[in-house]
Write a protein that binds this ligand. Structure first.
Ligand code: ZN
Length: 84
């Protein structure tokens, strides 16, 4: 069983430009998308607030990357776990 992941970032104007990082979402199992998507880092977005991406683009959300179960090493994980 594979967890399908969605990538998305807030649209311009929803948050400040520096906070427009790419969050990771677990794709809903139903065919219909839910009204609201919640990222692994607990950031939650309603319809129209999110720009869905089909591949990682720009700055990833580090919290999401840390919390994402990665069935396949697909996302570019930042190397090195220690931060300054
Ligand atoms: Zn996030």
């Amino acid at each position: 069983m594979t967890v399908r992941l969605l990538l998305g970032r807030p649209r311009p104007g929803v948050v400040g430009e520096t906070r427009r990082v790419v969050h990771v979402f677990e794709a809903p199992s139903q065919n219909t998308p839910p009204d609201r998507l919640t990222a692994f880092c607990s950031a939650s977005f309603g319809p129209g607030e999110l720009e869905l991406l089909d591949r990682p683009l720009g700055m990833p959300c580090e919290s999401c990357l840390r919390l994402t179960p990665t069935p396949e090493p697909q996302l570019p994980l930042p190397n090195g776990s220690s931060e300054t």
